[in-house]
Ligand binder design. Sequence first.
Ligand SMILES: Cc1ncc(COP(=O)(O)O)c(C=O)c1O
Length: 402
Amino acid sequence: MPGFELFGEKEKAQVQDVLDSGVLMRYGFDAMRNGHWKAIALEKALEERMQVKRAQLVSSGTAALTIALASAGVGAGDEVIMPTFTFVASFESILALGAVPILVDVDDTLTLDPEAVKKAITSKTKVIMPVHMCGSMADLGTLRTICKNHNLILLEDACQAIGGSYEGRPLGSYGDLGCFSFDFVKTITCGEGGAIITNDETLQKNADHYSDHGHDHIGKDRGAEGHPFLGYNFRISELHAAVGLAQLERLDEFLAIQKRNYSILREALSSIPEITFRKVPEGGVENYSFLSFFMPSKALAKKTHSELLNAEVDGCFYWYNNNWHYYRKWEHLTNQKSLGKLPKEVLEGLQDFSKTDFSQSDYWVGRNISCLIKLGWNKDEVASRAEKMVKTINKVMAISHS
Ligand SMILES: Cc1ncc(COP(=O)(O)O)c(C=O)c1O
């Protein structure tokens, strides 16, 4: 998903503007900044691109998730439903508020299984948080109905899926709240950064205040602003926002390259009868940042992954064994290893991971391989990569049949 691959003159020019003005902070210093408001400009551009009323830029995707949850009133002991396959930021953001992450199975979409979600809802559930891993989405229509029926908030983690859509709407804009990451390896980058988008003015106001110590941002004197509730500092700097402003302008260019490269690889892999592709829910359009497919068994997926590495096909991931993206290796969460004491509500509310059964997730993630789509490949490079992949997978299958 690397926007950094195509980092160039436009980004440098935006950053130079900020350096010339000398104002690196997003708030205040009106006279000094020479009309440069990069964070505000990027928020406006995001609102337009994502077709939402409000966007709030913050310091990271993890901060965006934490702020989104806080803005929705999530606090000590509230339960947030999240998938077993995601990034650790999902449970980090929940735990940061003293709330309880409830892990739930994924299905062939590689995101939350709505049936498993229904079973996990309790009187303490406040939010359902689907994570659009590797550029594709959950069955958002069904999840939204579940949320409506149970009076829950739908929070989309679209950190890995900017530019995808569902029922014609940009991913992140379908739920009550959506979050993006602009860290260095995302489709577009600020270096570090994130954003929350919403159509709800109250949620946006909460996000605005919470991400800046509770400042109400009324008036021109920062020291005289009110603090209607507690907050923290999750501000983005003007330098980071400047990079993002240039990158967002190039999002459609990046998506078109990703789609071209993805389509060449997918067409080639479609010739292999034993593999199937990740399900994209009806009405969904991926952002094409990864090509994800299933092998017939866990053993064959593991073998294919190591053979792809041997064949020097880089950027292919076997998430089942990954330390950061799948619950199996999250022993710091499951064994509650924290530097300080965890809140009582968290200790009492966490699932007993010696008893949980995520065999459905193991079935799908254990057979999955996801290949990163790079922007820098030319057509010949993608074609030769496709040929190598097909040859390698066919070899693995031939040995398994013999
Ligand atoms: C799905 C997902 N959510 C959240 C994050 C957190 O984003 P950040 O690195 O900007 O904190 C990431 C980052 O990799 C991610 O992949």
